[in-house]
Design a binder for this molecule. Structure first.
Ligand code: GDP
Length: 330
């Protein structure tokens, strides 16, 4: 058995061709939920959904989110009607008092669909609607995710990191914004002074997550701050990682990032942006897979390969390197 920790890009890429090295039937994926939003009353789980769609071979691989060839008739109508009703484009983050009333899972992640600021495809929205209705019926997020994974005939087990609300809030000189406001609406442009995982101290890992963390863990290439940070902020999560063998694939080649805001966010949270900073952040890690062009010296075992993952063959190569690193420490 093996457990992968996933944000929305690196680990889904790695998993796509990993089955030669890791049997999907014995693979669990824990997805970050810090990026999740309640948009117009439906729960969007971007990281879990990317794993879901990627493993089901339905992911839009051009944009790396949403379902390939999806229509956007509903989104277009929402935006058009909002405009006709006299509203500007979103995001419209609800007021502080409306963030905490009603459904606890929605805390600090509630956006109005008026002027809908995220492009949600029609089929994608069907997933969010079903998920939210399962929550309404009394399912926990773990169970709702399990049912969706069944619907997509997933070969791996997919778990959200917690059934409780944890919202990634980005602190900027102009105030705090939810991660999706920062990333989707503002293009990651604002200066960042801090990153907060709101609700984390009251969250708990589920029994399923605790069990998965008792197996060897692979942290695929991930943003240490906003993908793995929310998980580690849940009480008990990091302690569990310290007790089990952990292999980390660097999302950097030395200090060069493949994509996304990892470098900026690591700097903003007082870390060195690069493979060395990743190793410092993960003091519980036992071995690393780093790029063959990366000369960073680390104090733990290292397997080097070309860590660029664009094709399934690339995923298979990096997955073999992960397997080799795991074999060295288990
Ligand atoms: P998010 O949820 O989309 O923000 O992203 P993740 O946390 O899943 O991963 C983003 C990290 O993966 C970034 O820091 C990228 O540098 C890294 N990454 C993206 N593509 C690759 C790749 O092909 N190889 C490696 N090694 N890292 C990658």
């Amino acid at each position: 058995m093996v457990t992968f920790l996933a944000g929305g890009t690196g680990t889904p890429k790695l998993l796509r061709g990993a089955e030669g090295a890791f049997d999907p039937a014995n693979t669990t994926v824990i997805a970050n939920t810090g990026d999740d939003v309640f948009l117009g009353g439906v729960l969007v789980c971007p990281d879990a959904d990317t794993v879901l769609y990627s493993q089901a071979d339905e992911l839009d691989r051009e944009r790396w989110w949403g379902i390939a060839d999806d229509d956007t008739a509903t989104h277009d109508a929402i935006v058009e009607l909002s405009r006709a009703a006299g509203f500007d484009e979103g995001p419209r983050f609800l007021s502080p008092e409306r963030q905490t009333e009603g459904r606890p899972l929605a805390r600090w992640r509630r956006f109005s669909a008026v002027g809908e600021f995220m492009l949600i495809g029609d089929r994608d929205r069907a997933v969010h609607t079903l998920r939210t209705s399962l929550l309404d019926e009394g399912y926990g997020l773990t169970e709702a995710t399990k049912r969706l994974a069944e619907a997509f005939a997933l070969d791996v087990t997919l778990l959200p990191m917690s059934n409780d609300p944890v919202a990634t809030m980005i602190h900027t000189p102009e105030g705090e914004v939810h991660f999706q406001d920062f990333w989707v609406a503002r293009g990651g442009e604002p200066a960042v002074t801090d990153v907060e995982f709101r609700g984390a101290e009251a969250a708990t890992p589920t029994a399923e997550v605790r069990e998965a963390l008792s197996e060897p863990v692979v942290i695929g290439p991930s943003n240490p701050v906003t993908s793995i940070g929310p998980m580690c902020s849940v009480p008990g999560f990091e302690a569990a990682l310290a007790e089990t063998p952990v292999v980390v694939v660097s999302p950097f080649v030395e200090d060069r990032v493949f994509s996304g805001p990892a470098a900026k966010l690591m700097q903003a949270t007082g870390r060195e942006a690069g493979t060395a900073g990743v190793a410092q952040t993960y003091d519980f890690a036992d071995a690393f897979v780093i790029d063959e062009r990366d000369d960073t010296r680390l104090d733990r075992p290292v397997v080097r390969t070309d860590t660029g993952i664009d094709t399934q063959a690339d995923s298979a190569r990096v997955a073999r390197a992960v397997r080799e690193a795991l074999d060295r420490i288990v």
